[in-house]
Design a protein around this ligand. Structure first.
Ligand code: XMP
Length: 497
């Protein structure tokens, strides 16, 4: 006797963002009192629970830098050659190092001409002069060389350099660095170890930038955190990204709950220094299985994204709030963070994702169309737009290196004709939204407000205290503005399309 009827009658009820609201509770918490610190992976914390989607219309180095400055994290997409993706990672890592550690130095016995050539080739304005024991004995800058122009540049560096070098100890903080730089009117300070050997150099620009972004997230060397996407079987790319300094590698697959992926990623984990996020999954059972690969974070979401058609094309998926909560129930005991990927349209959705156990949200459409997202602006009917497309769309699968094809398991033959591809995403445009910092500000403002209503002063408390109420479609209609024609655009609300 078959049990097909049971498939329907015993099917789980599942829910998404619009099905619930967060219940207000007794609170002594003001939005300004809350902290948004959270774990994104076993070894990395963020100051805001936002990471950007690894999509070719969302995240390259500009987005990753902008998010790291705000306390979030960018995941560089992989519709790029390994070399290009590595370069994007490096751009983030070199964007704002307090101390440049691969510092280029010169010996006092080399010539001024050599010094000038190094500065020209490297595009820098000064070089610390170090002896054979790496001890700083001077500094030579363009200012020292300028008076010699047209004269003999073959003289030794030791004859032209500034001998009195102001250095800074390795353990110093930004305030000390800033005071020293101001007091001595210098642009660059060599950083020295206890035994006076050079270990790096800091520039005034770096110090000021660091002070400007107090919430920024950085690695142990003071460089911005960055993540990068990688296919589950692409060991060469994973190793290159890890070597380039990617703090986190986000394994990018439409269906992470696959035996060959779990095995391959478990193996990858042993070969790279970066933390590894694995996804995407949508069930507690999948979480149990992928945790066997010793991963550092789990990405949740099959089909909730604004550009996704997986649920329509394949008829597969789990509404996102149910997916997040079922994965979080399993992941919490293991201490592995949960990243809720896709489907977020408003700051209230971020709050709901966290309320059901997510540690971080991954966002595509809300960050697409910003100044820092890749792509050109276009004008339509007098309004500015930028392209946004699914990585499983025809455009993404046939453009770049075609990474979307393998995300959606369509890699059979590199010359595969585009008419043979079965897209699981669409291509379109989203309105231009200005700077990422403004989007993050509004999203986090809404989240802090939510935490104030709940009485949660941290994301941990949000997990523990937030209760939800199940609402009807009438509840949703009541929630959105109604019985009014909106005349002025709001920075954090746009009517649903
Ligand atoms: P949002 O809603 O933030 O979602 O725009 C972004 C997330 O959607 C996923 N993604 C896709 N899913 N087909 C899909 O089914 C696609 O073509 C596609 N492209 C991206 C991805 O997880 C992203 O973070």
């Amino acid at each position: 006797m078959s049990n097909y009827m049971d498939k329907l009658t015993k099917a789980e009820d599942t829910y998404t963002f619009d099905d619930f609201l967060i219940k207000p509770g007794l609170s002594s918490i003001e939005p300004k009192d809350v902290t948004l610190e959270t774990k994104v992976s076993t070894n990395y914390d963020l100051n805001v629970p936002i990471i950007s989607s690894a999509m070719d219309t969302v995240t390259e180095s500009d987005m990753a830098i902008a998010l790291a400055r705000q306390g979030g994290l960018g995941v560089i997409h992989r519709n790029l050659t390994v070399e290009d993706e590595v370069n994007e990672v490096k751009k983030v890592k070199f964007a704002n190092e307090l101390a440049i550690t691969d510092v280029i130095t010169i010996s006092p016995d080399e010539t001024v001409e050599d010094a000038q050539e190094i500065m020209d080739v490297e595009g820098i304005s000064g070089l610390p002069v170090v002896n054979s024991e790496d001890i700083v004995v001077g500094i030579i800058s363009r200012r020292d060389i300028k008076p010699l122009r047209g004269k003999n540049l073959n003289r030794k560096v030791s004859e032209a350099m500034t001998h009195n070098v102001v250095t800074i100890a390795e353990s110093s903080d930004t305030d000390t660095a800033l005071d020293l730089a101001y007091e001595n009117k210098v642009e660059r300070l060599p950083v020295v170890s206890e035994d006076n050997k050079i270990v790096g150099i800091v520039t005034m620009k770096d110090i000021l930038e660091r002070k400007k972004y107090p919430s920024s997230v950085r690695d142990s060397q003071g460089r911005y955190l960055v993540a990068a996407a990688c296919g589950p079987f692409d060991m060469d790319r994973a190793m290159a990204l890890s070597d380039a300094g990617a703090d986190i590698i986000a394994i990018d697959s439409a269906h992470g709950h696959k035996t060959d992926i779990i095995e391959s990623v478990g193996n990858m984990k042993k070969n790279v220094d970066s933390d590894i996020l694995l996804g995407n999954i949508a069930t507690g059972k999948a979480a149990e299985d992928i945790l066997k690969a010793d991963i550092d974070g789990i990405k949740v979401g099959i089909g909730p994204g604004s550009i996704c058609t997986t649920r329509i094309v394949a008829g597969v998926g789990v509404p996102q709030l149910s997916a997040i909560s079922s994965v979080a129930d399993v992941a919490e005991d293991s201490g592995v963070p949960v990243i809720a990927d896709g489907g977020l349209r408003y700051s209230g959705d971020v709050a709901k994702a966290l309320a059901v156990g997510a540690n971080v949200v991954m966002i595509g459409s809300l960050l697409a169309g910003t100044t820092e997202s890749p792509g050109e602006m276009t004008i339509r009917n007098g309004r500015k737009y930028k392209q946004y497309r699914g990585m499983g769309s025809l455009g993404a699968m046939t453009g770049g290196v075609g990474a979307g094809k393998d995300r959606y398991f369509q890699n059979s033959g590199s010359n595969m004709n585009s008419s043979k591809l079965v897209p699981e995403g669409i291509e379109g445009v989203v309105p231009y939204k200005g700077k990422v910092s403004q989007i993050v500000y509004q999203l986090m403002g809404g989240l802090k407000s939510s935490m104030g209503y709940v009485g949660a002063k941290s994301i941990k408390e949000m997990h523990e205290k937030a209760e939800l109420v199940h609402i009807t479609s009438n509840g949703i209609s009541e929630s959105h503005p109604h019985d009014i024609t909106i005349t002025n655009e709001s920075p954090n609300y746009h009517p649903r399309q």
